[in-house]
Design a protein around this ligand. Structure first.
Ligand SMILES: NC(=O)c1ccc[n+]([C@@H]2O[C@H](COP(=O)([O-])OP(=O)(O)OC[C@H]3O[C@@H](n4cnc5c(N)ncnc54)[C@H](O)[C@@H]3O)[C@@H](O)[C@H]2O)c1
Ligand SMILES: [Zn+2]
Length: 381
């Protein structure tokens, strides 16, 4: 017997202006959760609050969720939720805000739990005893609005933990491309390559099925065709819409088929150096595709769909078009000194191998393989 499941949010609303769907929610109190300032600055936070008022709801706001949200931020937010007692949690922002809101939701419903209690995949108890959850992404990247995942950083120990629980799949995802249309080019590029990494890893995952691969392939085609345009013409709503939908489609694939080594290595190098998630993925992808091709011919379906010979080469081409460096040593986003890289390489490799995403990577990589990939991606070999 083989029992599988395919889970996505009950409702996915999409298209320009779909933020207005908030006016139709049924509830009394909504807690909006958002990041630094972009949602406020561009008026989307006020617009969301106005739609919720139209729905007859009282609202409160948790703002200032930082990129790569920490355990402390999540704990603090949960305290605010416990005080306000919302029956809807509305996360609006990038993946960081959405991820943080998901785990705040868990600690709101189960204040007795510690972070350690939910690290083991699937260990989170049932949610929805106090609130439902809507997610409104402002980046076309993580697909946190679709997925059973949240990535939270233990800042003391420099570790990013992917928290995995079907309970955190939102009740409602709202994909309004007007939000990501405000992203500057470099955020568009980095988050867009995160979509590519999700779709590629889901398509070659050892857990890929006929339920997941079609979404992954469609997402890959949309990203290849639209990401450079979304970067160079920020106001091009056709490209923005395709990228926003591609992100969610990739999410439908990877939340059910999981990911692979690109994400394992990106999580751990992100934890050590603070490099942006999508940027780390973009740099790592060509090296890992080349490595994985020893173990699987699953990349051929992607190459056939794109009409190309070599996916690693295609990723390098897209990266170059968007000024994404080809190695970590050439990346100036954060301090990637050789001294620090060499001093953390061993522990970073061991932790990447142990990341849950490694489980569904084709082949059975060893720690030495992970170290070799990090080294190649650092020096650009
Ligand atoms: N839950 C998942 O399934 C999943 C999957 C992959 C990654 N992640 C995690 O998500 C996080 C990254 O999320 P992200 O890539 O969406 O970036 P982010 O949320 O960290 O945001 C990046 C920056 O973009 C800004 N920003 C966001 N939307 C904007 C807009 N519309 N206009 C202008 N600026 C905007 C933010 O303020 C921030 O400064 C990482 O912690 C990563 O590990 C989660
Ligand atoms: Zn990702």
């Amino acid at each position: 017997m083989s029992i599988n499941a395919f889970s996505v949010p009950r409702n996915i609303v999409y298209g320009e202006g779909s933020l207005a769907k908030l006016a139709e929610l049924d509830g009394t109190k909504a807690m909006l959760v958002t990041g630094g300032s972009s949602m406020k600055r561009f008026g989307f936070l006020d617009a969301a609050a106005a739609y919720l008022a139209e729905a007859g709801m009282e609202t409160a706001v948790i703002d200032g969720v930082e990129p790569n949200p920490s355990v402390e931020t999540v704990r603090k937010g949960a305290e605010q939720m416990i005080a306000f007692e919302p029956d809807w949690i509305i996360a609006i922002g990038g993946g960081s805000a959405l991820d943080a809101a998901k785990v705040m939701w868990c600690f709101y419903e189960h204040p007795e739990l510690s972070f350690e209690d939910i690290i083991s995949p699937g260990s989170m108890p049932a949610l929805r005893t106090r609130a439902k959850f809507a997610a409104i992404p402002s980046t076309s990247g993580t697909a946190s609005e679709i997925t059973a995942f949240s990535v939270i950083t233990d800042t003391q120990n420099h570790i990013k933990y992917p928290i995995v629980s079907g309970e955190m799949v939102p009740d409602l995802a709202i994909l309004d491309p007007n939000l990501p249309a405000k992203m500057p080019a470099h955020i568009t590029a980095n988050t867009g390559m995160d979509v590519m990494a999700h779709a590629v890893e889901a398509a070659v995952s050892t857990a890929a099925t006929s339920f997941t691969t079609p979404y992954a392939i469609e997402a890959i085609k949309l990203v290849a065709a639209n990401l450079p345009t979304a970067c160079s013409q920020p106001e091009n709503m056709e490209a923005r819409t395709h990228m926003h939908n591609a992100s969610a489609l990739a999410g439908m694939a990877f939340t059910n088929a999981s990911l692979g080594l690109v994400h394992s290595l990106a999580h751990k190098i992100g934890g050590e150096f603070g490099v942006t998630h999508g940027l780390a993925n973009a740099i790592l992808m060509p090296y890992i595709i080349t490595f994985n091709k020893q173990f699987t011919d699953a990349y051929q379906q992607i190459e056939a769909a794109l009409g190309i010979e070599d996916l690693a080469q295609e990723i390098r081409r897209l990266n170059a078009l968007m000024n994404i460096p080809s190695s970590f040593s050439a990346c100036d986003e954060v301090d990637f000194s050789e001294e620090k890289f060499l001093s953390v390489l061993d522990r970073m490799s061991a932790r990447a191998l142990a990341d849950p995403c490694t489980l569904t990577n084709p082949g059975a990589p060893a720690e030495a393989d992970v170290k070799a990939i990090y080294t190649a991606a650092y020096y650009g070999r």
